[in-house]
Design a protein around this ligand. Sequence first.
Ligand SMILES: Nc1nc2c(c(=O)[nH]1)N[C@H]1C(S)=C(S)[C@@H](COP(=O)(O)OP(=O)(O)OC[C@H]3O[C@@H](n4cnc5c(=O)[nH]c(N)nc54)[C@H](O)[C@@H]3O)O[C@H]1N2
Ligand SMILES: Nc1nc2c(c(=O)[nH]1)N[C@H]1C(S)=C(S)[C@@H](COP(=O)(O)OP(=O)(O)OC[C@H]3O[C@@H](n4cnc5c(=O)[nH]c(N)nc54)[C@H](O)[C@@H]3O)O[C@H]1N2
Ligand code: SF4
Ligand SMILES: [Mo]
Length: 743
Amino acid sequence: MTTTRRQFIKIGALSAGSITLAGSYTWSKAASLLENKESPIRTPTYCEVCFWQCAGWVYKDEKGEIQKIIGNDEDPHCNGRFCPRGTGGVGQYSDTDRLKTPLIRTSKDGVDSFREADWDEALDYIAQRMKEIAAKHGPECAALFTHGSGGAHFGQMLKAFGSQSVTAPSFAQCRGPREVGFLTTFGDIIYSPERTDIRDTRCLVLIGSHIGENMHNGQIQEMSEAIDKGATIITVDPRFSTAASKSKFWLPIKPSTDMALLLAWMNVLIENGWYDKDYIARYAHGFEELKEHVKKYTPEWAYGITTIDPNVIRDTAREMYNASPAVIIHPGRHVTWYGDDTQRLRAVAILNALLGSWGRRGGFYNPEKAKVPDYPVPPFPVPKHMPTDAYNGKYKLANEVVSNGICDATIPTADRDCSYKIWFVNGTNLLAALPDQDQTKRAIDALELLVVVDTMPVEMTELADVVLPECSYLERYDMLRKSPHREPNIAIRVPAAEPKYNSKPADWIAKQLAEKLGLSAWFPWKNMEELLDWQLREIGSSLDEMKRIGVKKFPRKHDDLYFAPNEEIAFNTTTGKIELYSTDMEAEGFDPLPVYTAHEEPPEGFYRLIYGRAPMHTFSRTANNPNLTDIMDENSLWVNPKVAKIWGLKSGQYVKLKNQDDKLSTFSIKIRVTERIRWDSVYMVHGFGHNNTKLSRAHGRGINDTELITNVKVDPVMGGTGMRSNFVTFIVSNESTGKGAES
Ligand SMILES: Nc1nc2c(c(=O)[nH]1)N[C@H]1C(S)=C(S)[C@@H](COP(=O)(O)OP(=O)(O)OC[C@H]3O[C@@H](n4cnc5c(=O)[nH]c(N)nc54)[C@H](O)[C@@H]3O)O[C@H]1N2
Ligand SMILES: Nc1nc2c(c(=O)[nH]1)N[C@H]1C(S)=C(S)[C@@H](COP(=O)(O)OP(=O)(O)OC[C@H]3O[C@@H](n4cnc5c(=O)[nH]c(N)nc54)[C@H](O)[C@@H]3O)O[C@H]1N2
Ligand code: SF4
Ligand SMILES: [Mo]
């Protein structure tokens, strides 16, 4: 492991006063709160526990204490129902381990520690350092890594400062390949919430996408509605997921071979004429090339690769055709798996095109976003370098900034003249979100200033020069939510309580800092109330109205949720058609039609490490949440009984893991022996194994999958980090007992 100039500051070095442990808040207590009679004091919010952003109501008692959060009935993201994480979101507010005051790194006799600072001092320090560093290297040397609502505020500050390098792990570590795969095929992206018309579908095909454990609210509700109406579910997953348990067909595919299955499905559809001939003739480019291309990809060929019976491949293809065009081959969301992910998602897009589901009821609808004007500010300065310059001509088809591209460009090399020197990191725990932790640490080592804005002490805060404590989403305003949906709509977040401790909202932090940097012109509003009220009045509402209703819907501009029969459509691609054969891919030197490539296999005695979600947690951001740790406080390792037998493993036993590069896990994980996982893989939920001792509930609980992901397969098309070519073996020791079993 790389050592770092920034020592990981242990709790002893912190000058903060003693930390009291939160009282044990049980789930039944949460449930009993829910049964309370509704109190009249409620404020609207939208949830920040994950990025589905459900709109809800926060209820308080007479003393002003937050009692519960429930869904807003008018909200199309949640239809009045929150998931367990959203309900438990109060824990993000009540957690006594929260960051409490700004911290500045100091070094004495070679020992680093944090000292507490007030806001003025911390922000003066940051502004001063930013000016000095920009004077030497230009303002373009600053980058913002962000996930969540604060990004809008810090992005405004950074762009005003003179850098456009704003990036989120939700692109190159998450949904990037599907956006690029669909953009190059249909000329448009999938968006969030996904434009999948699940409620009216007759056949939903889930490839890895594990809806049910992936708790994206509206999708789950629509999926159960579709099941009630008799839709067929087909799940392709090496693990018997919750979705698989609801499926007519479960295809326990050999991991990493999905491309072979997708090509074989195309082969079956085309050879049998099971495709939408009118739709393809009218809208598609490159059908003849595709037909020729997939001839060799027979179900028998795919069987040898995927282990899926050829008859099952044919039966499932027929099932899709029978349902078409009300069929969805779901594009998934976290799709950075094997490095050829954009091509895999192109294959998914092509299948949907063959079945005519794009633009059709029960397939993919055309979402519309509410148009809300931005508060007028001067144009941002034009930077000398754009973020794309950082990747030296790579990832040309990326339609968002590539986080790992910025991370790599922070490590100085001879062939680049624009290394980053300043990172702002807001709401993203990069040591859990970016694979290859050593590379992330090397980049951090090369920085002159690292500012981390978070609500909790996590791995990233310990590496910061300055830590800024943001208040929770329940204590702040944020920008309006205006995600696209069937009906354009907006939702508002209003603080339900005063910020606890000495924490502040991102909007305030960004504006104060901008003022200290001489950038007030880009923050001309007095406060969020003024900014929001101005925006709302421009669209015929007001802050007062939104405080009362929380969510507001607007009529669609046109009746174009689906294509009209025989409608002529100009797709936003080079040919103006749905590109089965991609001219963009071809122009950039990539395969214009997706091809199958074999991926690495586990070495002897190793198993593929795969990971996913648990219904009651969101990545690492909820790992210490008192309400949610009550229902799940560690992850476990799913192991097939055959494998358990070879290794003599029993359920409940703790083991460490070592990967193919000899990387040993910091902590131990509890074994769960189950038939629900293939023998060639092991599975864990992402987000556990925190090594920050200030997290009283999460520290040492389970394993962080990220530390074992050292073999990263970067997608040449858009920079996505394929994370599933890592293999682990078991280190069994009698002493491994779970919590705190740190080496
Ligand atoms: N190994 C591995 N890596 C992955 C994934 C995986 O499954 N496995 N998943 C990938 C995917 S799909 C995604 S989208 C990304 C997610 O990546 P991230 O969103 O970075 O995930 P988290 O680890 O939850 O880090 C969130 C951080 O934000 C902080 N936070 C929470 N609420 C607030 C707030 O209101 N304000 C501020 N300022 N901070 C807040 C939390 O304390 C935490 O430190 O990770 C990707 N990386
Ligand atoms: N509760 C909860 N819900 C969440 C989140 C959360 O943190 N918590 N995060 C949200 C976010 S940001 C995202 S991106 C989504 C992610 O959710 P999805 O997009 O649904 O997740 P994936 O990572 O694609 O899928 C994980 C599944 O892939 C399977 N798998 C592993 N390898 C392979 C393979 O080679 N082939 C196939 N076919 N399957 C494979 C695993 O067994 C697992 O069931 O979840 C969202 N919803
Ligand atoms: S799905 Fe759950 S956690 Fe995500 S925004 Fe909605 S209520 Fe919150
Ligand atoms: Mo994600």
